[in-house]
Design a protein around this ligand. Sequence first.
Ligand SMILES: Nc1ncnc2c1ncn2[C@@H]1O[C@H](COP(=O)(O)OP(=O)(O)OP(=O)(O)O)[C@@H](O)[C@H]1O
Ligand SMILES: [Mg+2]
Length: 518
Amino acid sequence: MITPNENIQMLKEENDRLKRAVEELTFLNDLSRAMSSTMEVQAIMARIITKSIQTIGVDQGTIMLLEEESEKPMQTIIRGVGEENRGGTYRLGAHMTTWMIQNVKPLVVNDLLNDERFTLLDLGESGIRSLLCVPMVLRGKLIGVINLFNKSGGNAFSEDDQKLMSIIATQVASFLANARVFEQVQQSRDVLKKQTVKLQKEVQARYGYDGIIGKSTQIKAIKEEIQSVAKSPASVLIIGETGTGKELIAKTIHYNSNRSEKPFVDVNSAAIPENLVESEFFGIEEGTATGVKKRIGLFEQANGGTIFIDEIGDMSPSSQAKILRVLQERVIRRVGGNRNIDVDIRVLAATNRNLKDEIAKSSFREDLYYRLGVFEIHLPPLRERREDIAPLIEHFIRHYADQMGKVLTGFSRSATEILYHYDWPGNIRELANVVERTVILSSDPEIGPEYLPPDLKSGHDPAMEAETSFEESVNNFKRRLLKNALKESENNKAEAARNLKISRSYLFRLLNQLFESE
Ligand SMILES: Nc1ncnc2c1ncn2[C@@H]1O[C@H](COP(=O)(O)OP(=O)(O)OP(=O)(O)O)[C@@H](O)[C@H]1O
Ligand SMILES: [Mg+2]
């Protein structure tokens, strides 16, 4: 028989248990919400201690976090202690952490004064008589300790208290792991951001107008043209032979436009296979076919910035049609997608073909030509602006000599003469390569003609430049053939004759006849 009094007592206990269960759940819920809304470790730890003190009903609490590698205390958060007693509480917390490093398991001590494990513990003025201590463990490693302390006369710690705090400790440990990763990611992101800004500045400096070398009237006019067009949103079509500086001009325009901090995306149309043109330019929507991942196309990558379509004259007419639509409407649709995506892009294009001829042959779309060529820049080949050769040589010598740590004064007169008269089919790129090569080879401060590549010299024959007779020109040609053949055969005349497909006697006759004065 249960008496009414006993009944009331049972109900009261049941009620207390329920109340506590609700409190615990509220605490856990509150905590997980807080931990998912911020990564601020300090704030979350303070909240855990405060809430633990309330829910368990104790006087004080500390959380001590350990350094990952050394297990040394790194950060301590204390709550429920007046300023004057913090030192004592801190010491006690530190002592429990040392104990925890060795034992790594929850601990309840309800009578601290009479526990033989802690007889040496100096409790000083703290008044603390009982404690609950739980480890925070991550992947088998202790990363922190939560301590709750009660002064004399406070409640004893129960099994349930220990269980609750162990659950909290587990959750906090995984929060801390996330926070650490988050912090590392953030740090690397900051580093990357700084590097990007630095690189961007370097690139901008590199592509200033002064980076375009040349003093010919043509190059001066081009520099003026690009200065006036850079800041406008106009499309620009850059036309010129290989190595004349089309890409350099495109970058200079971009890095001096008001899009300079946005991407510059260059595309070599000639290098994209026909069947990939659409996915490269427009991207792919996820799941277009099984296993297909979403990919952002070049137009989208260039959003806000500039797209440089190189070798546009090599694009097939069907690809041209696709590009034209984007240029007209400034929207794209990813392959397999059904939604239009706006793109804000500036378009620069380049070609070494004569597009007018291509239009006449119907291999280039006239409408695309007019769309692209709002502004046209023609880069003349180097042989049509020989005044630029000298400043370019000087520029490249300085560049490569600096790079290789050599001190060079420049080319000798005769070497300069050869460089000046050569036709430069590969234009400025070829010139840069020749200079680089000679800078590598030359051991004298002044670079002589012997360091120049043979084909430059064979193409250059001073006698050819002068007004010469037909016969003299033919002789010059023969001389060159013989010289080359002898050089190839390392002066073996029999071999040279064989290579030239002439008889040995004829070779000797020619040598006598053509080189007798030498
Ligand atoms: N006026 C110039 N001043 C300084 N460097 C130049 C100049 N013109 C071209 N160059 C350099 O010459 C090299 C070739 O130039 P670039 O790549 O721009 O030529 P391109 O016309 O795009 O050639 P291709 O048609 O072969 O792609 C680059 O290293 C570039 O920096
Ligand atoms: Mg190029």
